[in-house]
Design a protein around this ligand. Structure first.
Ligand code: HEM
Length: 153
C-alpha cells in the first residue's frame, strides 16, 4: 500500500486544512492596535547606592532601633504634629503611628513626597498614591504607637 500523501498547500486548501491553520496562526499575532491606555510615567526617584528595597529589608530585620521610643504610645494629633522634622518625623497611616525618619532615604517616591505626611495623618495621601503598598509590613519595625483622639480638657 502506498504511504498517505504529504500535506501541501495545494491539497491542504481542498481538504480545509489551510483555512483552519490560518485562523490558528493569525490568532497568535499581537493585535495591531490596543485599547489599553499607555502606562503613566513613573515618579520613582533614583535612590542612593545602599538604599534599595533589599537594604531596607536588611535594616528592618537587623534589630536596630527604628522606633525611637521604648514602648508603644497612644498618640493624639497634637503630639503627632510636633514630629514634623526630617530628623524626627512621624506619620499616622490607618490608625498606626510610624517613625518615618529612618525610611526617608529608602522611599522609592523620594524624601520630599514622604515628608508631605510628616506630623499628620497620611492615610488619605498614602492610599491615593499607592494603596497596594503594604505599609504594615514595610514599616513594622518603625511602629511608634496608635493614633487616639485628643484628650478633652
Ligand atoms: C508612609 C509610608 C509610605 C511607604 C511605606 C511608601 C512606600 C512606597 C513604595 C514601596 C513605593 C514603590 C511602589 C512600587 O514599586 O509600586 C513607593 C512609591 C512612591 N511613593 Fe510612597 N510610601 C509611603 C508614603 C508616601 C507618601 C505619603 C507619598 C506622597 C504622596 C508617596 C509617594 C510615592 C510616589 C510618588 C511613589 C512613586 C510611584 C511611581 O511612580 O512608581 N509615598 N512608596
Amino acid at each position: 500500500m502506498p504511504p498517505p500523501p504529504v500535506p501541501t498547500r495545494a491539497n491542504a486548501t481542498s481538504s480545509g486544512l489551510l483555512s483552519s491553520t490560518r485562523v490558528a496562526s493569525s490568532s497568535l499575532l499581537s493585535p495591531l492596535a490596543t485599547t489599553q491606555k499607555p502606562p503613566k510615567p513613573s515618579k520613582k526617584v533614583a535612590l542612593a547606592p545602599g538604599f534599595g528595597p533589599l537594604d531596607w529589608a536588611q535594616l528592618k530585620s537587623s534589630g536596630e532601633d527604628l522606633r525611637g521610643v521604648d514602648t508603644l504610645l497612644r498618640v493624639p494629633p497634637s503630639v503627632l504634629k510636633s514630629h514634623n522634622k526630617k530628623q524626627d518625623a512621624w506619620t499616622a497611616i490607618n490608625g498606626k503611628v510610624y517613625n518615618i525618619t529612618p525610611y526617608l532615604p529608602y522611599h522609592p517616591g523620594g524624601e520630599k513626597e514622604l515628608m508631605r505626611v510628616a506630623g499628620r495623618d497620611g492615610t488619605k495621601l498614602f492610599s491615593l498614591t499607592h494603596a497596594w503598598v503594604n505599609v504594615d509590613f514595610m514599616l513594622d519595625s518603625c511602629l511608634v504607637g496608635f493614633l487616639v483622639p485628643e484628650p478633652s480638657s
